[in-house]
Ligand binder design. Structure first.
Ligand code: UDP
Ligand code: MN
Length: 268
């Protein structure tokens, strides 16, 4: 736990972990934690955060940390404007509060004092109990499907299983920040390279919000475990909000502390 500052001891060997580096993602974490608690999980819930005041009231173990100690060259290559210029996002919009470099701090979960971790982006909601994911090996993730079957080639790093290990963390840092390194989709590109034999989770363990309008035949409320608001966030005003209204309303209900009845959700 070198350089990590927990606000309390661990109370389980297993934890769901999310990351918050600014006030906006603390809004996401609040709704996520509420949704997780509603599943009756027995695992710890951890918020890794970079000294963000807004995490103070969250119902989770808070672990303060710094961003990774990456080099100036690495930080410049992955600065928001530089990354957007070199590898533009053409399929959706990234919110102004999204700082690509911050994503790499996810890797700090390998430093945590747990045997098993399930990482969840702060823009996810857990709709059904997923504690069985702790029995899955490292490294499991779902495909990055939101537009077409070609998306099955790639993984999405918003949900994955991991086994913390100081040795793995050190090895990752050494692989990450090499001369000339450019990870175009940040931690996602890195983790895909680091775990080339990643095990596939069902798409329902990381259902991306664009599937709602782009691949409606894949949508199934009965099967979705984790819903992920990739690109535009449900707490923002954005140009796809009308198309995503029922999903945004679901997120807002969790943000208010309600547990919506999924059986009343409309079909796409
Ligand atoms: N994140 C953060 N601050 C940032 C960028 C990212 O805390 O400036 C964390 C947060 O947990 C977020 C995750 O990293 O959910 C990945 O970013 P995001 O979900 O915005 O990426 P997307 O899912 O749209 O690819
Ligand atoms: Mn996300």
């Amino acid at each position: 736990m070198d350089g990590l500052h927990p606000d309390r001891p661990a109370s389980s060997t297993r934890a769901f972990v999310t990351l918050v580096t600014n006030a906006d993602y603390a809004l996401g974490a609040k709704a996520l934690i509420h949704s997780l608690r509603a599943t009756g999980t027995t695992a710890d819930v951890v918020v890794l955060h970079t000294d963000v005041a807004e995490v103070a009231g969250l119902d989770a173990r808070q672990v303060r940390c710094d961003l990774l100690p990456t080099s100036d060259a690495f930080n410049m290559a992955h600065a928001r404007d530089a990354l957007h210029a070199r590898a533009a996002f053409t399929k959706g919009g990234k919110p102004p509060f999204h700082t690509p470099l911050d994503n790499f701090a996810k890797l700090r979960l390998w430093q945590l004092d747990y045997e098993r971790v399930v990482f969840l982006d702060a823009d996810t909601l857990v709709l059904r109990n997923v504690d069985k994911l702790f029995d899955y090996p490292e490294f499991c993730a779902a495909p990055n499907v939101y537009e077409s079957v070609a998306d099955f080639h790639r993984m999405n790093s918003g949900v994955f299983t991991a086994r913390p290990s100081a040795a793995t963390f050190a090895d990752m840092l050494a692989r990450l920040d090499v001369p000339g390194a450019f990870w175009r989709r940040t931690d996602q590109t890195f983790l895909e390279a680091y775990f080339p034999d990643w095990h596939g989770l069902p798409v329902f363990c990381n259902m991306l919000q664009y599937v709602w309008f782009a691949m409606p035949e894949l949508w199934s409320w009965d099967d979705i475990r984790i819903l992920h608001f990739q690109y535009e966030k449900p707490w923002q005003d954005h140009d796809k909000a009308d198309k995503l209204r029922p999903l945004i309303d679901l997120w807002k209900a969790h943000a208010r502390g309600e547990v919506p009845d999924l059986s009343t959700m409309p079909a796409p």
